[in-house]
Design a protein around this ligand. Structure first.
Ligand SMILES: *Cc1c(COP(=O)(O)O)cnc(C)c1O
Length: 837
């Protein structure tokens, strides 16, 4: 692990106020809002056109950050004496230093690394390649599309000794950028996805662009690409030294294949609306032919999947196994996904970035969609074009018109100011996303194909979510930024060096295991825990490489623990015997010993410890213990403090005996979310964070400091008047009403996880910011609310079941349960939508 004092040698910078003790670097920080554990965070004060990281030094210092990289200009102006104990690395250019530190980190690892570049599909190809290889490898990959000059260093920094393969994407917009990315990624294998025809401001010609991108691959052992992209093929031949780099091209054209310009010929054999059957021929090493079915039909997805398929062929994965893995490919959100939306509309979801090049690609995709009614574009301010605004929006308008767009909704201050540019179109403008959503009326959109294209900061996922909500009726919106906020709240409470295990059991408390786990992996949690083996397998198949503890391992699934490298919790002698027996057939992952100190649920009791120690000692050769844990029965309530202390005392009596028997030290952990807040002195080596991550502070004392993560929304299916003296719903339980009332029927019921106990006035929902009580019983798929006091409601309007303004703790109290139950009850049939701000 790099130390702060290694940095002058690595970057050529100068140390000011050098640290007196060892200062290992745990996190590279570029955004002052993302401080987790401040110990070991190294802040890079980057400068941008509208941004200067140096402005945040004092704030970060106040939050405990002690390691900073700054530039000379700042050092002259600032008064560093105001930051006692802080250490500074002074460099000429902070971005270069960030990249150099990442490059030094990368150099510590010798493992195969796949570098991916190309005009389109980098992120999807990366995600799919990771999905396809995850049964064989523990993979470190770029999160989301972290492929820029800043994204790549953060991606590469995630490499750790457990990984067996890296997959990183590289994106550039100007000459000279690729050499810097290549230096950090140091790929040993290369994959060139394709080359778009889009006009790129930064390059003299398409060939110049191809040559620049090819620089990523100058030292790879093997390069994969599709030779049908003639320019890629040409430049690969011209630029790569064939003695150093093997080329592994595939093609869809027999002429290229028979002329031996490509290793693999792939022809489309059959295609339907949902799948594509391809025939694959190879001439080398032996002539062979196979047929595979891809679970996609659209052209870009097929090409992206074929890149992955080629890599598997090259790795000589058996054809039947390749097919199994292809069958499991999951669509990757966030990139040009076509989604069915309200009122027979379709939404092309590109809510990820918004620059001119990206816009023109997205408009191409829109124009390729079959025509059904009008084409509409919902567009945020276009960023980083380098053009004066008036000129920029004139170009945007011309492009939109050229692609058949008839309707434009502009969101953002800049586009609103330049509305004159869009005079030929049917237009509406809003200052921000919130303003659009507030005035959103479902009937304004019918039979349209709508491209939703926005820079990330506009959070256009929410727009897509409301369009989709009208289809799915009910969605659970999971705010990933809130989740990170909560993670950092708990991190700040940890003593230095205490590790963090995060509980993602029960579908991550209802929030979606894989997405949450992926985020936690990026934010460097140390461990994950799931309840059952299959939950762990699922995470591995989605490319999660963090260590995972399985709390209820069943002996018939021990082989899966080995195959997917999952570490079981062992809580009884029966389970231990079974594990030891299985270990005779080959080494098994390390175990976690559960000690029962008073919960009386699972675990070894104190009187079991001597026998346990004997067994461990007898099997030192084929069993490794990673940790010992216990669980407090009443960590959240002061009335149980004495009992909790007794539990901890018992734990402290038991664990030294285990360590003595083993002859090495193990990780010891006892605290859940409530315990982290209430027993800071008992954090030991690790803590286990659960409900707090999802926004519920179990002790109730610090609820204010957490952000709600989940919002459950549904729609109104119908609004009707209920005359006096009538009742509502089954069993005629809704009390006969004394005067006429307006009743709204909501598209959520107990099969969606909306508890029946909310019926007959016990529960309320939020509509237009006002509360509406449940009237009558909650049915299987719907329920009714009294909306007499909320005027002008219509079918399609939104109701919030829980979220901001109607919290889980309040609702749980109303029906005599705990927030955990309400959260985990939300049925898997409810679509999860992930948003970031
Ligand atoms: C679920 C669980 C936790 C997390 O508990 P929270 O109250 O959700 O923080 C911790 N430890 C064990 C053993 C658990 O099963």
């Amino acid at each position: 692990m790099l130390q702060f004092t290694d940095l002058p040698a690595c970057t050529g910078g100068t140390l000011l106020q050098a640290p007196t003790a060892a200062a290992p670097i745990h996190q590279l920080l570029i955004d002052s809002r993302r401080v987790g554990q401040p110990a070991g965070a190294l802040f890079f004060a980057l400068r941008g056109p509208r941004h200067d990281g140096h402005r945040y030094l004092a704030e970060l210092y106040g939050r405990g950050v002690r390691l900073f990289v700054i530039d000379a200009e700042a050092a002259l102006e600032g008064d560093l004496a105001a930051f006692p104990e802080a250490s500074f690395l002074l460099v000429p250019d902070v971005l270069t230093a960030l990249q150099t530190v990442a490059a030094c980190h990368r150099q510590q690892y010798r493992l195969p690394v796949v570098g991916i570049t190309g005009s389109n599909g980098k992120t999807i190809v990366k995600e799919w390649l990771a999905q396809l290889l995850s049964p064989d490898e523990l993979i470190c990959k770029s999160p989301l599309s972290f492929n820029s000059q800043v994204g790549v260093p953060l991606s590469v920094w995630q490499l750790n000794p457990t990984h067996t393969l890296g997959i990183f994407e590289a994106g550039i917009s100007e000459p000279g950028e690729m050499a810097r990315l290549a230096h950090m990624i140091r790929p040993t294998l290369g994959l060139f996805t394709n080359l778009g025809t889009a006009h790129d401001a930064g390059f003299a010609s398409a060939r110049a662009k191809a040559e620049e991108k090819m620089q990523l691959f100058k030292d790879v052992d093997t390069l994969f690409y599709c030779a049908d992209h003639a320019l890629i093929h040409e430049v690969a031949q011209a630029q790569l030294d064939s003695r150093r780099t093997a080329r592994f091209p595939w093609t869809r054209q027999r002429t290229l294949f028979d002329g031996q310009q490509a290793d693999v010929l792939i022809t489309i054999h059959d295609a339907s609306a949902e799948r594509t059957v391809v025939r694959v021929e190879r001439a080398k090493p032996l002539p062979q032919e196979h047929t595979f079915t891809l679970p996609f039909a659209d052209e870009p997805s097929v090409e992206n999947a074929l890149h992955g398929l080629t890599v598997l062929l090259w790795r000589q994965v058996a054809p039947a196994e390749i097919q199994r893995r292809l069958d499991r490919l999951q669509p990757v959100a966030m990139r040009l996904e076509m989604k069915q939306a309200l009122n027979d509309c379709y939404v092309l979801d590109d809510t990820y970035n918004n620059d001119l090049a990206g816009l023109s690609l997205a408009l191409d995709a829109l124009a390729r969609q079959p025509r059904r009614g009008r084409r509409a574009l919902i567009l945020s301010d276009v960023l980083e074009s380098g053009l004066p605004a008036a000129e920029l929006y004139k170009r945007v308008a011309a492009q939109a018109t050229a692609h058949g767009v008839e309707r434009l909704i502009g969101i953002g201050p800049e586009i609103s100011q330049n509305q004159a540019a869009f005079a030929g179109l049917d237009t509406a403008f809003y200052a921000d996303t919130e303003a659009f959503l507030t005035s959103f009326q479902p009937d304004q959109f019918r039979h349209e194909t709508i491209l939703v294209k926005g820079a990330r900061r506009y959070g256009f996922e929410r727009i897509v979510a409301v369009f989709q909500q009208k289809i799915h009726g009910t969605v659970l919106e999971v705010n990933l930024d809130a989740l990170v906020h909560n993670l950092n709240f708990y991190r700040r409470r940890l003593q230095p060096g205490v590790r963090l295990m995060v509980m993602v059991k029960a579908f991550a408390y209802g929030s979606g295991s894989y997405e949450v786990a992926n985020l936690l992996q990026f934010h460097r949690a140390d461990y994950l825990a799931v309840a059952y083996t299959d939950e762990g397998v699922d995470l591995r198949q989605h490319g999660i490489s963090l260590p995972i503890m399985v709390m209820n391992p069943s002996p018939d699934a021990f082989q899966k623990l080995r195959q997917y490298h999952l570490e079981p919790e062992i809580y009884s002698f029966e389970l231990l015997d079974a594990y030891l027996a299985a270990a005779q057939e080959g080494p098994l992952p390390a175990i976690h010993l559960k000690l029962d100190t008073g919960m009386r649920r699972l675990g070894f009791a104190e009187e079991d410890v001597p026998l346990l120690c004997q067994l461990l000692q007898r099997n030192l050769g084929h069993l490794r213990v990673a940790s010992a844990l216990t669980h407090l029965a009443g960590a959240d309530e002061a009335q149980h403090n004495e009992f909790s202390q007794q539990q901890l005392a018992a734990f402290h009596r038991m664990t030294p005996q285990l360590e003595t028997a083993l002859g090495y030290s193990i990780i010891k952990h006892a605290l859940n979310s409530a315990g982290i807040v209430r027993f800071p002195e008992a954090q030991l080596d690790m803590v286990r964070l659960g409900i707090g991550l999802y926004g519920v502070e179990a002790t109730g004392q610090e609820q204010e400091a957490l952000r709600p993560v989940s919002t459950l929304r549904t729609t109104i299916s119908q609004v009707k008047t209920l005359p006096a003296n009538h009742t509502v719903g089954y069993g005629r339980r809704g009390q006969a009403v004394d005067h006429d009332r307006r009743i709204a029927t909501l598209a959520i019921g107990y099969a969606d996880g909306y508890d029946r106990r909310f019926g007959n006035g016990a529960g309320e929902v939020l509509i237009r910011g006002q509360r509406a009580p449940i009237i009558g019983n909650v049915c299987m798929d719907m329920c009714m609310v009294d909306v007499t006091h909320i005027p002008d409601l219509r079918a399609g309007d939104t109701a919030i079941i829980f979220g901001e303004g109607l919290t889980l703790p309040e609702l749980a109290q109303r029906v005599g349960t705990i927030p955990y139950e309400l959260l985990t009850n939300v049925s898997e049939r409810v679509k999860r939508v992930f948003i970031t701000e």
